[in-house]
Write a protein that binds this ligand. Sequence first.
Ligand SMILES: C[S@@+](CC[C@H](N)C(=O)[O-])C[C@H]1O[C@@H](n2cnc3c(N)ncnc32)[C@H](O)[C@@H]1O
Length: 230
Amino acid sequence: MDPPSEFLEFIYDEELPFMLKVYDELNKLNSDLPVLYAGSAGDIEHAIFLGKNLVFFDNHLPEESVREIINKISRIGKIESKEMMGELKKGGKFIMKFKIADQSFHLTFYGEDATTVGITSYPELENGISVYFVKVPYPREGNTQSIRYPAHFARALKLIEVGGYYLEKECPLAFKLDIEKLGFRKIAEGEIYALSIKWGEKGNLYKKVRDVADIEKLLIEDYIAAGFDM
Ligand SMILES: C[S@@+](CC[C@H](N)C(=O)[O-])C[C@H]1O[C@@H](n2cnc3c(N)ncnc32)[C@H](O)[C@@H]1O
């Protein structure tokens, strides 16, 4: 299945084959659970391929990211409602409903550190997630920990429903370990654009095929085997 032409407005020719593959694959899922995008900045254009219920986290200049998202959606779709609840970076969130072609979306944007997921309670994530999306997640705010640090990464991977997906660029599922041991299967790889670092490494799409109880332990062993300090 192909997306409406409006989805392609911000997509480069080089990334089109991968984004179409991702859209086709993820549309088979038909889940009510949200897509969690950790370190999103204002990158709404890739997230719309992944699902209709989007939850973004970015703690670096979140108001600017929200403005960028509003501008992009105004160009390719119609904003139906928007509301700022509280203050970003202080536990608040921005909520927006919008339509692109005939498709309705719901976005929740938190200006929080994404590594608090699974520790702090976020109502949208309470029942799990359908997709975990991470793309070039370099921290920009002081004191922000790495999304890829095993303990944080394990909590996020556990949230993905069985049958759901992990989509990443420069946030590898494993360094040395066989990904099957983590309960995932590789579906596709290809070019996908990221803010600051346009090309470089490819994006990878993985499907979660089973829950792995000791995933944090396996991720720690893999992290150490790859030469990182714990
Ligand atoms: C290089 S930008 C990439 C932005 C976007 N993912 C893209 O592909 O265009 C990295 C973003 O990740 C965010 N980030 C990194 N670690 C984070 C964390 N722990 N919590 C929230 N945001 C984080 C940064 O604030 C920054 O906006």
